[in-house]
Every structure is written in C-alpha cells, then in structure tokens.
Design a protein around this ligand. Structure first.
Ligand code: DC
Length: 226
C-alpha cells in the first residue's frame, strides 16, 4: 500500500459479532493509526448503571452518566477500560453487560455524550472506529465506511468462542438468541439505529478468511484515501 499522507477516518459498522473488532484492530495495526472501540464505551456505562442499580431512563442518564471517570486505552491487542481506577476490561464482555450496553445505548443523553467523546478522541489524527452509528452519525463524512456483516450462524460461533476465552461456556442456541435480540433492538431503536450508511461499502465475510477480510478492507481504504 502507498503511504497515506493525510488524516482520515475509517468507520466500521455492522451487527453483533460480524467481526468488526478483529478487523478494526488489525487495520489500525497495519496502518499504524488509532483504534477506537465505541461498543466498549456503551458497555462501560451499562456496567456502571447495573452495578449502581440506576434506572436506564433519560432522566437517570442525565443525572448519573457523567459520574464515573472512564478511561479507554489499548493494551496487549485489547481494548482496556478503566472505570474509577478499576480495570473492567474483562467484566464488560459478558452477555449481561452486552444487553445492558444495548439498553443504555437507546437513550438520547447517553448517545449525545458518547458521540461527543468519540469525536474528541479522534481530533487531528487518523482513526479506525467501530460501532453501530459511526458512518451514519459520528462521522457522516468519514473517508472510508465499511458495513461488515456475516450470517447468523457464523456470527454466533465467533461470539461463542469469545465467551469461551473469558471462561463462559454458552450453548449455541442461547448465543444465537442473544445476538438476534440485541441486533433487533439496535436496529429498531429510535435514536441512531444501526443501518447501512448510503455511501458505505457493504461486505459479508461469512465465507472469507480473516486475512481475506483484512485484504479487502485495505483495498477499499487505499482506493478511497489515495
Ligand atoms: O460492539 P459491542 O457489541 O461491544 O456493542 C455493545 C452495544 O452497544 C451494542 O449492542 C449497541 C451499543 N452500541 C451502540 O449503540 N453504538 C455504537 N457505536 C456501539 C455500540
């Protein structure tokens, strides 16, 4: 790939477990730019609200969402999330917190707050940012927009493996049910629902190896940025 001379945004959106995180991380590594996992931000707030027993309503969000000090980083190839000095990077990866994140992400005050943080984190640098509304809301003018998807079985098998890595054995049907429920909620919500941006390149990676997926994304980036 030719050297990329100016700053640019690569927005990666798509449904649950479509491979967005693995792809985004690898692209950031190969392009030597910053990786931002916006799902981790919704997960961190979902975790905090559950832990405190706060309601997930607009009013409660306005009141409490700025209470915790949240820090996001990247360590040993993984998103690191620190909440009030506690490392919750692994705690936020459970099915319960995934659902809490999806629930809290419906609230407008939460979306406005986190979108602003996401824009601030990307000032004057190139980033690969993954989520549900990056190409549609956070960066509607992103140079590159990829909508990554895969069939439900492929996605569920990937998610099952992710759970296994954190010591959770969950039956495939349960994983499928969780993914379908969360996808429906993320796609049907009123505020910034998951949808394909008009100018996004959509690709289904069910039949592609990881390397093929990365190569294809790099081709798209090269074409759009140079
Ligand atoms: O990508 P993830 O599975 O870590 O995201 C968890 C939830 O957070 C997801 O179900 C919906 C929400 N989310 C969102 O609404 N907007 C984003 N940009 C990222 C995540």
């Amino acid at each position: 790939m030719k050297d990329l001379l100016r700053t640019f945004i690569v927005a990666i959106d798509g449904p649950n477990s479509s491979g967005k995180s693995s792809l985004a991380k690898e692209l950031a590594k190969r392009l030597n730019i910053t990786y931002i996992d916006t799902g981790a931000m919704y997960r961190a707030l979902g975790y905090y609200f559950l832990e405190k027993g706060y309601e997930m309503t607009d009013e409660s969000a306005r009141l409490h969402m700025k209470e915790p000090k949240l820090e996001f980083g990247f360590k040993d190839g993984k998103t690191a999330v620190i909440l009030d000095s506690k490392d919750i990077s692994i705690d936020i990866r459970t099915p319960e917190i995934a659902m809490a994140a999806s629930n809290i992400s419906k609230l407008l005050p939460v979306r406005e707050y986190l979108v602003q943080l996401q824009r601030d984190m990307s000032k004057s640098k190139s980033v690969v940012m993954e989520g549900r509304d990056i190409g549609t809301v956070v960066f509607p003018n992103a140079e590159v927009k990829i909508y990554l998807t895969a069939d439900i079985k492929t996605r569920a098998l990937r998610r099952k493996e992710d759970y296994k890595k954190i010591g959770k054995e969950i039956a495939l049907d349960e994983v499928i049910a969780e993914i379908e429920k969360r996808d429906k909620q993320d796609m049907e919500r009123e505020n910034s629902p998951l949808k394909v941006a008009e100018d996004a390149v959509v690709f289904d990676n069910s039949e592609m190896s990881f390397e093929e997926t990365v190569e294809k994304a790099l081709e798209i980036i090269n074409e759009k940025v140079n």
